[in-house]
Design a protein around this ligand. Structure first.
Ligand code: HPA
Length: 267
Protein backbone atom coordinates (compact mmCIF):
# COMPACT_ATOMS: atom_id res chain seq x y z
CA UNK A 1 0.00 0.00 0.00
CA UNK A 2 2.83 2.39 0.89
CA UNK A 3 4.46 1.71 -2.47
CA UNK A 4 1.16 2.37 -4.28
CA UNK A 5 0.51 5.57 -2.35
CA UNK A 6 4.04 6.84 -2.98
CA UNK A 7 3.72 6.04 -6.68
CA UNK A 8 0.47 8.02 -6.96
CA UNK A 9 1.61 10.86 -4.73
CA UNK A 10 4.76 11.37 -6.83
CA UNK A 11 2.52 12.12 -9.80
CA UNK A 12 0.11 14.53 -8.12
CA UNK A 13 0.11 18.30 -8.17
CA UNK A 14 -2.84 18.73 -5.78
CA UNK A 15 -4.08 16.34 -3.10
CA UNK A 16 -7.48 14.84 -3.95
CA UNK A 17 -10.26 15.38 -1.42
CA UNK A 18 -13.00 13.24 -2.93
CA UNK A 19 -12.83 9.73 -4.37
CA UNK A 20 -15.13 8.98 -7.26
CA UNK A 21 -15.87 5.50 -8.62
CA UNK A 22 -17.51 5.47 -12.04
CA UNK A 23 -19.53 2.39 -12.95
CA UNK A 24 -20.43 0.66 -16.22
CA UNK A 25 -21.05 3.12 -19.04
CA UNK A 26 -20.39 6.13 -16.78
CA UNK A 27 -16.62 6.34 -17.17
CA UNK A 28 -16.74 9.20 -19.67
CA UNK A 29 -17.70 11.57 -16.84
CA UNK A 30 -14.01 11.56 -15.92
CA UNK A 31 -13.20 13.27 -19.20
CA UNK A 32 -14.51 16.54 -17.70
CA UNK A 33 -11.63 16.70 -15.28
CA UNK A 34 -9.42 19.72 -15.80
CA UNK A 35 -5.63 19.23 -16.12
CA UNK A 36 -5.97 15.54 -15.40
CA UNK A 37 -3.21 13.28 -14.21
CA UNK A 38 -4.05 9.97 -15.88
CA UNK A 39 -2.58 6.73 -14.57
CA UNK A 40 -3.55 3.40 -16.18
CA UNK A 41 -4.18 0.74 -13.55
CA UNK A 42 -1.55 -1.55 -15.08
CA UNK A 43 1.11 1.08 -14.32
CA UNK A 44 0.23 1.30 -10.62
CA UNK A 45 2.17 -1.06 -8.36
CA UNK A 46 -0.23 -3.27 -6.40
CA UNK A 47 -3.30 -2.48 -8.53
CA UNK A 48 -5.28 -5.25 -10.23
CA UNK A 49 -6.14 -4.75 -13.91
CA UNK A 50 -9.78 -4.39 -14.98
CA UNK A 51 -11.07 -6.82 -17.62
CA UNK A 52 -14.80 -6.06 -18.10
CA UNK A 53 -16.08 -4.30 -21.22
CA UNK A 54 -17.12 -0.68 -20.76
CA UNK A 55 -14.44 -0.10 -18.12
CA UNK A 56 -11.37 1.83 -19.20
CA UNK A 57 -9.27 1.02 -16.16
CA UNK A 58 -7.40 4.13 -15.08
CA UNK A 59 -7.12 6.69 -12.32
CA UNK A 60 -7.90 10.23 -13.39
CA UNK A 61 -6.92 12.85 -10.86
CA UNK A 62 -7.68 16.55 -11.08
CA UNK A 63 -10.34 19.18 -10.52
CA UNK A 64 -14.01 18.55 -11.11
CA UNK A 65 -16.43 21.35 -10.29
CA UNK A 66 -13.68 23.06 -8.30
CA UNK A 67 -12.99 20.00 -6.14
CA UNK A 68 -9.79 17.96 -6.39
CA UNK A 69 -10.95 14.40 -7.10
CA UNK A 70 -9.40 11.02 -7.61
CA UNK A 71 -11.57 9.16 -10.10
CA UNK A 72 -11.59 5.49 -10.85
CA UNK A 73 -12.60 5.10 -14.47
CA UNK A 74 -13.60 1.47 -14.18
CA UNK A 75 -13.69 -0.60 -11.03
CA UNK A 76 -12.86 -4.15 -10.03
CA UNK A 77 -15.57 -6.75 -9.59
CA UNK A 78 -15.60 -9.90 -7.50
CA UNK A 79 -16.85 -11.87 -10.53
CA UNK A 80 -13.64 -11.07 -12.38
CA UNK A 81 -11.94 -13.47 -10.00
CA UNK A 82 -10.11 -11.07 -7.68
CA UNK A 83 -10.48 -11.54 -3.96
CA UNK A 84 -12.33 -8.98 -1.86
CA UNK A 85 -9.09 -7.32 -0.68
CA UNK A 86 -7.98 -6.74 -4.28
CA UNK A 87 -11.33 -5.23 -5.29
CA UNK A 88 -11.28 -2.78 -2.42
CA UNK A 89 -7.56 -2.00 -2.54
CA UNK A 90 -8.15 1.32 -4.40
CA UNK A 91 -10.46 2.44 -1.57
CA UNK A 92 -7.71 1.70 0.95
CA UNK A 93 -5.34 3.71 -1.20
CA UNK A 94 -7.81 6.62 -1.14
CA UNK A 95 -7.99 6.28 2.63
CA UNK A 96 -4.19 6.30 2.73
CA UNK A 97 -4.20 9.51 0.69
CA UNK A 98 -6.45 11.03 3.37
CA UNK A 99 -9.56 11.19 1.15
CA UNK A 100 -12.56 11.53 3.47
CA UNK A 101 -15.44 11.42 0.99
CA UNK A 102 -16.27 8.67 -1.48
CA UNK A 103 -18.85 8.92 -4.26
CA UNK A 104 -19.69 5.58 -5.88
CA UNK A 105 -21.81 5.09 -8.97
CA UNK A 106 -23.03 1.92 -10.60
CA UNK A 107 -25.38 0.44 -13.14
CA UNK A 108 -28.15 -1.58 -11.51
CA UNK A 109 -31.27 -3.53 -12.33
CA UNK A 110 -34.57 -2.04 -11.14
CA UNK A 111 -36.54 -4.14 -8.66
CA UNK A 112 -38.85 -1.40 -7.38
CA UNK A 113 -41.81 -1.50 -9.78
CA UNK A 114 -42.13 2.29 -9.86
CA UNK A 115 -38.65 2.55 -11.44
CA UNK A 116 -38.01 2.58 -15.20
CA UNK A 117 -34.79 2.19 -17.19
CA UNK A 118 -33.10 5.57 -16.80
CA UNK A 119 -34.19 6.14 -13.18
CA UNK A 120 -31.43 7.59 -11.03
CA UNK A 121 -31.48 6.12 -7.52
CA UNK A 122 -29.76 7.53 -4.47
CA UNK A 123 -28.62 4.54 -2.42
CA UNK A 124 -29.97 4.83 1.12
CA UNK A 125 -28.69 1.45 2.33
CA UNK A 126 -27.48 -1.87 1.01
CA UNK A 127 -27.90 -5.61 1.50
CA UNK A 128 -24.71 -7.62 1.19
CA UNK A 129 -25.58 -10.88 -0.56
CA UNK A 130 -22.10 -11.58 -1.85
CA UNK A 131 -21.61 -14.27 0.76
CA UNK A 132 -18.37 -12.73 1.93
CA UNK A 133 -16.98 -9.49 3.31
CA UNK A 134 -13.82 -7.55 2.43
CA UNK A 135 -12.97 -7.17 6.14
CA UNK A 136 -12.63 -10.92 6.76
CA UNK A 137 -9.17 -11.65 8.09
CA UNK A 138 -6.93 -10.01 10.66
CA UNK A 139 -8.01 -6.44 11.42
CA UNK A 140 -5.44 -3.68 11.10
CA UNK A 141 -6.39 -1.21 13.82
CA UNK A 142 -4.79 1.69 11.91
CA UNK A 143 -7.28 1.01 9.07
CA UNK A 144 -10.40 0.87 11.25
CA UNK A 145 -12.27 -1.02 13.98
CA UNK A 146 -12.81 -4.81 14.05
CA UNK A 147 -16.61 -4.46 14.02
CA UNK A 148 -17.44 -1.28 12.09
CA UNK A 149 -20.90 0.26 12.49
CA UNK A 150 -22.90 0.32 9.25
CA UNK A 151 -25.95 2.23 10.53
CA UNK A 152 -25.22 5.20 8.28
CA UNK A 153 -23.23 3.49 5.55
CA UNK A 154 -24.56 6.10 3.10
CA UNK A 155 -24.03 9.49 4.75
CA UNK A 156 -27.32 11.31 5.52
CA UNK A 157 -25.66 14.71 5.09
CA UNK A 158 -24.35 13.82 1.62
CA UNK A 159 -27.73 12.37 0.68
CA UNK A 160 -29.43 15.61 1.68
CA UNK A 161 -26.99 17.58 -0.49
CA UNK A 162 -27.69 15.23 -3.42
CA UNK A 163 -31.45 15.70 -3.04
CA UNK A 164 -31.09 19.48 -2.80
CA UNK A 165 -29.00 19.60 -5.98
CA UNK A 166 -31.39 17.22 -7.80
CA UNK A 167 -34.32 19.45 -6.89
CA UNK A 168 -32.50 22.54 -8.17
CA UNK A 169 -31.76 20.74 -11.44
CA UNK A 170 -35.28 19.36 -11.80
CA UNK A 171 -33.96 15.79 -11.66
CA UNK A 172 -36.22 13.22 -10.05
CA UNK A 173 -33.73 11.49 -7.74
CA UNK A 174 -35.38 8.36 -6.39
CA UNK A 175 -34.15 6.57 -3.27
CA UNK A 176 -33.72 2.92 -2.44
CA UNK A 177 -31.84 -0.06 -1.11
CA UNK A 178 -29.15 -1.68 -3.26
CA UNK A 179 -28.68 -5.44 -3.11
CA UNK A 180 -25.16 -6.53 -4.01
CA UNK A 181 -24.72 -10.00 -5.53
CA UNK A 182 -21.58 -11.53 -7.00
CA UNK A 183 -22.86 -12.12 -10.54
CA UNK A 184 -21.72 -12.54 -13.26
CA UNK A 185 -24.97 -14.28 -14.24
CA UNK A 186 -27.94 -11.95 -13.97
CA UNK A 187 -30.59 -12.93 -11.45
CA UNK A 188 -33.47 -15.29 -12.10
CA UNK A 189 -37.04 -13.94 -11.83
CA UNK A 190 -37.42 -15.95 -8.60
CA UNK A 191 -34.34 -14.29 -7.15
CA UNK A 192 -35.74 -10.87 -8.05
CA UNK A 193 -39.02 -11.67 -6.25
CA UNK A 194 -36.97 -12.72 -3.25
CA UNK A 195 -34.90 -9.52 -3.37
CA UNK A 196 -38.06 -7.41 -3.54
CA UNK A 197 -39.53 -9.27 -0.57
CA UNK A 198 -36.44 -8.58 1.56
CA UNK A 199 -36.54 -4.87 0.80
CA UNK A 200 -34.25 -4.30 -2.17
CA UNK A 201 -35.08 -1.66 -4.79
CA UNK A 202 -32.14 -2.30 -7.09
CA UNK A 203 -29.63 -5.05 -7.74
CA UNK A 204 -26.06 -5.03 -8.94
CA UNK A 205 -22.68 -6.72 -8.83
CA UNK A 206 -20.48 -4.05 -7.26
CA UNK A 207 -20.36 -1.19 -4.73
CA UNK A 208 -21.05 -3.17 -1.54
CA UNK A 209 -17.41 -4.22 -0.90
CA UNK A 210 -16.12 -0.70 -1.59
CA UNK A 211 -18.71 0.87 0.71
CA UNK A 212 -17.91 -1.56 3.54
CA UNK A 213 -14.20 -0.74 3.32
CA UNK A 214 -14.86 3.01 3.05
CA UNK A 215 -17.00 2.88 6.20
CA UNK A 216 -14.36 0.82 7.97
CA UNK A 217 -11.87 3.53 7.09
CA UNK A 218 -14.13 6.30 8.40
CA UNK A 219 -14.97 7.76 4.99
CA UNK A 220 -18.34 9.38 4.25
CA UNK A 221 -20.07 7.66 1.31
CA UNK A 222 -22.55 8.77 -1.32
CA UNK A 223 -23.91 6.10 -3.65
CA UNK A 224 -25.83 6.60 -6.88
CA UNK A 225 -27.31 3.83 -9.02
CA UNK A 226 -28.27 4.26 -12.63
CA UNK A 227 -31.19 1.91 -13.23
CA UNK A 228 -30.19 0.64 -16.66
CA UNK A 229 -32.84 -2.06 -17.00
CA UNK A 230 -35.70 -3.57 -15.09
CA UNK A 231 -34.51 -6.67 -13.26
CA UNK A 232 -35.20 -10.20 -14.52
CA UNK A 233 -38.85 -11.16 -14.88
CA UNK A 234 -40.19 -7.63 -14.33
CA UNK A 235 -40.83 -6.58 -17.92
CA UNK A 236 -40.76 -9.96 -19.65
CA UNK A 237 -37.72 -8.82 -21.62
CA UNK A 238 -34.39 -10.60 -21.56
CA UNK A 239 -31.33 -8.92 -20.10
CA UNK A 240 -28.05 -8.10 -21.78
CA UNK A 241 -24.98 -6.01 -21.09
CA UNK A 242 -25.46 -3.90 -24.24
CA UNK A 243 -28.75 -2.58 -22.89
CA UNK A 244 -27.03 -1.74 -19.61
CA UNK A 245 -24.36 0.32 -21.39
CA UNK A 246 -26.91 1.93 -23.74
CA UNK A 247 -29.17 3.17 -20.92
CA UNK A 248 -26.18 4.33 -18.88
CA UNK A 249 -25.11 6.42 -21.87
CA UNK A 250 -28.57 8.01 -22.09
CA UNK A 251 -28.67 8.94 -18.40
CA UNK A 252 -25.15 10.30 -18.47
CA UNK A 253 -26.01 13.97 -18.98
CA UNK A 254 -28.33 14.08 -15.96
CA UNK A 255 -25.89 12.12 -13.87
CA UNK A 256 -23.10 14.43 -14.95
CA UNK A 257 -25.05 17.56 -13.88
CA UNK A 258 -25.98 15.88 -10.63
CA UNK A 259 -22.41 14.87 -9.80
CA UNK A 260 -20.99 18.28 -10.70
CA UNK A 261 -23.67 19.97 -8.59
CA UNK A 262 -23.01 17.69 -5.64
CA UNK A 263 -19.26 18.32 -5.78
CA UNK A 264 -19.93 22.03 -5.97
CA UNK A 265 -21.98 21.85 -2.77
CA UNK A 266 -19.59 19.74 -0.72
CA UNK A 267 -17.69 22.58 0.88
N1 HPA B 1 -28.71 -7.27 -12.32
C1 HPA B 1 -27.48 -7.21 -11.78
N2 HPA B 1 -26.59 -6.27 -12.09
C2 HPA B 1 -26.96 -5.35 -13.01
C3 HPA B 1 -28.22 -5.35 -13.60
C4 HPA B 1 -29.14 -6.37 -13.25
O1 HPA B 1 -30.28 -6.45 -13.74
N3 HPA B 1 -28.26 -4.29 -14.45
C5 HPA B 1 -27.06 -3.68 -14.36
N4 HPA B 1 -26.27 -4.30 -13.48
Amino acid sequence: MKETINYIQDRLTTMPEVGLVLGSGLGVLAEEIIDPVIIPYEDIPGFPVSTVEGHAGRLIIGELSGVPVMTMQGRFHYYEGYDMQKITFPIRVMQGLDIKTLIVTNAAGGINLTFTPGTIMLITDHINLMGTNPLIGPNLAQFGPRFPDMTQAYCPRLRAIAQKVAQELGINLREGVYAGLTGPSYETPAEIKFLRAIGADAVGMSTVPEVIVANHGGMKVLGISCITNMAAGVSGQRLNHDEVIETANKVRDNLRSLLLGILNNLR
